[in-house]
Structure formats: C-alpha cells, structure tokens
Write a protein that binds this ligand. Structure first.
Ligand code: DX5
Ligand code: ZN
Length: 231
C-alpha cells in the first residue's frame, strides 16, 4: 500500500483505535492477533524500546516481521529509541506502513522524516509530555502523523496526563488537514472523549484493550466514546 493510501484509509476510518501490543500476551502472539481480527479497522501499534531513550526494553523489528504474515491490519512502529535512524530500515523491511520516532531523540528530524516519505512510509513524529508543543511547529510540513504522548513513555498502564489536550488542540490548528493526529498513553473510555474533542483521530490503547476480556467489545466502546465526543 502506498503512503497516500494508508493515510487515506486511516483518515476515513477515524476515530481509529490502535491497540498497543506492548500490553498483549507475548506467549501467544498468534492468538492475540486473531482476537484483534474482527475488531474493524485498527492500527497495530508496536512499541520498540531500547532501555536508553526510555527505562525499559521491549522488542525489535524481528518480532514485528514474524507477525506481519498473520494479519493485513496496518502497522505503526513507535520507536522509543535513542538512534532511530539505525533501526528504521529494519522496521520498513518488517512491513510497517507507518514509523514514528521522537523529536527528543532527533532534535533536527527533517532528514529522517524525508527518508521515511521517500520509502513510501507514513512519517510520524512523537513528543513527550515534558516537551513544549512548539518544538514540532517547524517540521509540520514534513510530518504525516504527530503522536502526542499523554504519559511518560516506557510503560503501559499509566494515568492520562490532561495537559496533552492543550497540545492536541494547538497541533490540530496548525497541522495540514491531511496529516493525522494521534495520542498515546492512558487512553480508556473515560479519557478518549476529551482527546477526540481536542482533535485526535488515532488513539493508542494498551491496557484498555488487553486488560479486558473481550477485545472487540473494548475497541467498540472506545470507538463509540470517541465518536460521541466528536458529534
Ligand atoms: C508507552 C507506550 C504506550 C503504552 C500504552 O510508552 O508508548 O503505547 O503501551 O499503554 P496504555 O494504554 O496502557 O497507557
Ligand atoms: Zn506507544
């Protein structure tokens, strides 16, 4: 799929729920993927952590590559890595349609964003709760997706930081209309509405999906809360 058609698919499916596989059962990845299959248009969110940019380790492109043949859902790699440029090719080869790296790791992100676009991959830029939103403003023309962190990156299961809402508002006003606005951390049925009202279109959800007994019901409820808040 081309970068433009991936963006078009996600835009028209919004609100899109992006299950964060960080919270899934790694002992049975095949089953987890199968359980997500009937959940409508979703974006698989892969959290790669290097134990340096964040105080935790997770998985790399090898794991994503093995899951790729199991599903036709779109994949987004969220790179919480100090040197994303070293790993990007691996995640592209693994079949990720979207790749998102952090401005705190790459303070001058233009070149890397262009490299992603040149590879026909959706170019994403993430920012941490402590980073002022205007750090992103100079790069918005080169970005296809902005990911606003609403928790400190590194772990699932944390509480939503409401200050992220101001950032979403400010970004939505400035971002090109065809670029996607995403939010990651502490998204559940009680927080997703405010994020949707603030302009988010993609909602990463770890605990709110994988801690629930019925993933389809959990995703439907999240989607409904987001839809209700936008109308
Ligand atoms: C945090 C990750 C998130 C996390 C979300 O570093 O980027 O994607 O897994 O998990 P919840 O939804 O539980 O906050
Ligand atoms: Zn994430």
């Amino acid at each position: 799929m081309t970068r433009q058609s991936v963006l078009e698919t996600l835009r028209s499916a919004a609100p899109v729920i992006a299950p964060s596989l960080l919270k899934c059962d790694f002992g049975n990845l095949q089953r987890e993927v199968a359980l997500l299959e009937p959940c409508g248009e979703t974006l698989f969110h892969w959290d790669a952590m290097d134990g340096h940019f964040v105080p935790n380790l997770s998985y790399g492109a090898m794991v994503v590559e093995r899951v790729r043949p199991m599903t036709r859902r779109l994949f987004d790699a969220h790179l919480m890595l100090s040197d994303p440029e070293k790993y990007i090719d691996g995640f592209i080869k693994a079949g990720c349609e979207c790749i998102t790296f952090h401005i705190e790791a790459v303070p001058e992100p233009t070149e890397l964003l262009r490299r992603l676009r040149d590879a026909d991959v959706v170019a994403g830029l993430a920012l941490n709760p402590g980073t002022p939103v205007d750090r992103l403003f100079p790069y918005l023309e080169d970005v296809d997706q902005v990911l606003v962190m609403s928790v400190e990156p590194g772990f699932g299961g944390q509480k939503f930081i409401p200050k992220a809402l101001d950032k979403l508002h400010a970004l939505r006003k400035r971002m090109p209309a065809d670029a996607l606005l995403s939010v990651d951390g502490g998204i559940d049925p009680s927080t997703i509405g405010a994020a949707a009202a603030a302009g988010a279109q993609v909602f990463v959800a770890g605990s709110a999906v994988f801690d629930e007994p019925d993933y389809d019901a959990a995703i439907r409820e999240l989607r409904k809360q987001a839809q209700d808040a936008r109308t």
